[in-house]
Write a new protein. Structure first.
Length: 461
């Protein structure tokens, strides 16, 4: 049950006072809200009037929907304009929470290109009302799906705005009535909303064409022998831990061990919604500075590992590469590794070469040759899809299939374990003084800062 329903039942006197304030200020009345005693039919689509107000229209009725406000006329933009200090979530300052929520709503609307979204909803609704819409079922289905998606975003943002102003009104009234219990409950609801708003802000950031896809993450050791191979293994484990933290499925597709320690290269499949959207922030060279555990003189060493991220595209997309069986060379060999029932006893490992491009994919971690072939084909398909994406859209370097040169010039992040301890992203200057937590998969701070900075750069901020 939404927090506002519980809060309203706590005090009928507060409800009556709030309804009175709404009557005095009709602009604050929300036809969706249980605080309103009137009934209204609100139909899609949302339209934009000359005054900048949003309203819904249909063939039979029109009902205006204005920007939600508090009982004294305060809007989300007005809250941000007040410049209230945003403290930590643990602080019991309702203005701080309200400011953080309002800022998240503003960012969400900016990422969604709010004005264009409203206009697009009108265009789609007009198209849905055409009598000949279903003459082309494929086009009709596409329009219907896009309309549903657009209207879902509009309604979600409007709901967030309304909840915020209602919580503010309830807190103010609770303080006027000196109702401590109701004030505490209202504060908890506001804190919960702050967390929810942050999640919604993130969803708005991850709005790229392939952001919702699962992905492959490839790690390759740089020059430096055992040192870099050990570092590549640490990066490999870091991403597996990160994926598990986020609830993603993780499958090891390829893992080539080093001669002494670590790995030469590895590929993992990360299954989950927005896996690619998150992981794409990690593409580049990662640098480690530490006292080498392999150096008897205990000298400081610098190691490099490169990371590439490839989206797993769904079938039927324009960038799906069509693989011809005649273009494939399939090699079978005995799997290597630490041991097991089938290791080195049967030729279960599979390497597939795409002859026209020279791109290869290898898998030896499954129990049967058939499973290894299927996994290798999935990797090959994704690599070829990535190549096709680059060809069609001339995508940026971070989305290309090839691993970048592993050295000083292309590094994105520095992990220093000696002489001090710090992890710093060189693109955003975001830093953390606890390398252990980062290497255990706590990298969301780096990812979110990079994604936000990238969007600000695109917007010219």
């Amino acid at each position: 049950m939404p927090p506002r329903f519980s809060l309203l039942r706590r005090s009928s006197s507060l409800l009556l006072r709030l309804l009175c304030s709404e009557t005095q200020n009709p602009k604050s009345v929300n036809p969706f809200s249980p605080l309103s005693l009137r009934s209204a039919t609100i139909l899609s689509p949302f339209r934009v009037s000359s005054g900048g107000r949003w309203y819904c229209s249909s063939r039979s009725s029109v009902a205006e929907v204005e920007e939600p406000t508090t009982s004294d006329g305060l809007t989300v933009d007005g809250i941000v304009a007040k410049g209230w200090t945003m403290l930590d979530e643990a602080q019991s300052d309702w203005r701080s929470h309200a400011a953080a929520i309002a800022q998240s709503i503003q960012l969400i609307k900016k990422r969604l290109q709010w004005e264009k979204l409203i206009v697009r909803s009108t265009q789609l609704s007009t198209a849905l009302n055409k009598s000949d819409l279903w003459d082309d079922p494929v086009q009709a289905g596409r329009i219907s799906r896009e309309h549903s998606d657009v209207m879902g975003k509009v309604k979600e943002v409007t709901r967030f705005e309304q909840e915020l102003v209602e919580h503010i009104d309830m807190l103010r009234l609770a303080r006027e009535e000196n109702d401590k219990d109701l004030e505490e409950e209202s504060m908890r609801a506001l804190i919960d909303m702050r967390k929810d708003a942050k999640d919604k802000e993130l969803e708005a950031i991850l709005s790229g064409e392939n952001d919702s896809c699962s992905c492959f993450i490839e790690i390759q050791a740089g020059a430096g022998g055992t040192e870099s191979m050990d570092w590549a293994s640490m990066v490999f484990n870091m991403y597996k831990s990160w994926a598990h933290r986020r609830g993603f499925g993780v499958t090891v597709i390829e893992e080539m061990p080093g001669e002494v320690a670590g790995i030469k290269r590895a590929t993992i499949k990360v299954d989950g919604e927005y896996a690619f959207g998150y992981a794409k922030a990690e593409v580049g060279v990662h640098r480690l500075v530490r006292i080498s555990p392999f150096d008897s003189s205990k000298r400081r060493h610098t190691s490099f590992a490169a990371v590439a991220v490839i989206p797993i595209l769904s079938g039927g997309t324009s960038t799906q590469y069509q693989i011809k069986e005649s273009d494939l060379k399939i090699e079978r060999f005995r799997a290597g590794g630490a041991g097991g029932q089938h290791v080195n006893t049967t030729e279960s490992a599979v390497r597939i070469v795409h002859i026209p491009t020279g791109i290869t994919a290898t898998c030896q971690n499954e129990r049967s040759q058939h499973q290894n072939k299927a996994s290798a084909m999935a990797v090959l398909q994704s690599r070829l899809n990535q190549l096709e994406m680059a060809r069609q859209a001339q995508m940026n370097a971070e989305h290309t299939q090839s691993l970048c040169e592993i050295g000083w010039g292309t590094q994105i992040r520095s992990y220093v374990l000696h002489p001090y301890r710090m992890v710093k992203d060189l693109r955003t200057n975001y830093e953390v003084s606890d390398p252990d937590s980062v290497l255990n998969g706590d990298i969301d701070g780096f990812i979110l800062n990079y994604l936000s900075a990238s969007l600000d750069k695109e917007d010219g901020v």
